[in-house]
Structures are given as structure tokens and as C-alpha cells.
Design a protein around this ligand. Sequence first.
Ligand SMILES: [Zn+2]
Length: 178
Amino acid sequence: MSSHVFSYSLKTPICSFDARTGVLCPLCETKLRSGQLTDTDVQVSIKLTKAAEKNPEIAKLSFIRALDVDGDYILVLEPGSLAPLRRDPGFQKDLQSILGSKIWLTEADTTDRKALEDFFFPVRITNVNTVWLPDGSKLTKVVIPGRKTERFPHDTDKIGKIVRESRGIDLMVEFERM
Ligand SMILES: [Zn+2]
């Protein structure tokens, strides 16, 4: 099979051949057994590879891993690849209908602050700081401008779970005005 047949270059954590056939090669199978790859990585790779044949935007994705948090998917993309995708407001909707779940996008090798900005997008974050509790544990406090209105697009408890599972952060969300 010559590579010029495929004009897209979707990158997934499993081999592109495996993602097209839905069958893992021995190497990917070993990675799955050892926990280097998860079932979620495999399922998302297969679904996106199928969708990429018809959707050139999906074909441009480079995703490194996928996490399932209570049925939502976090897609961790190649560093620097998220900003161009944000310019197309329909992209995330397409992705959600392809994967049949709510999708949260972030990048690998990023800072906690940047990851929080990714998860709260399109809401802007005013400040991120660390709060130490009397028992010595710490919380990461995110401050959101203004007050929480009915138009606020996120479930902050859900984002709390997302950041705990993806980055090990215990989150506290505060609005500037009550
Ligand atoms: Zn493979």
C-alpha cells in the first residue's frame, strides 16, 4: 500500500494501519496490555480514522492520547496544534458527533495554566494560583471574571474532575463577583 493514496496525515497513538483495520498489530497489542495505550486510545483512533476519510479537518489532527472521564473524552493533542482548530467553531461539534461524547481539547507537554485555559475555553481565566490548606494539601484556584450567569457554558464540577484525572490537580473555581 503506497502512502500517496492517503492525502491526509491524521496521527493517532496506534499505527494508522491498525486504526484503519480495527485490528491491533503485536506491538500495539503489547502497549495496550502494558497500559501504555488504553482502550479509549484505541477506540478513538479507529473512529477518527474512519471520519478522517471524509472530513479534512479531522484528517489534520495529531492526537497523542484520549482519556475517558465519566463518558466525556479528553483529547490530548500535539503541542501547538490546538489554536488553529479553535478558529473553526464547528470543529468541536463535528468531533463530538463523530465520537458521540462531549470532547475536551488540550495539548501534551503544556503548563497547568495553559491546560486550564484549554478546558475553560471559550471562558477567559483571570488568574490561577495555589491555595494551601491547613492540612498541607493544596488546591489550584482559578478565578473567572465577572459573576456566574446562566450563560456560563461549563459545569465547573465536571472541569474539576477533568483536571484531576488529566493533570492530578485539585481545582477550586471562584468568580470575581458573587
Ligand atoms: Zn500497531
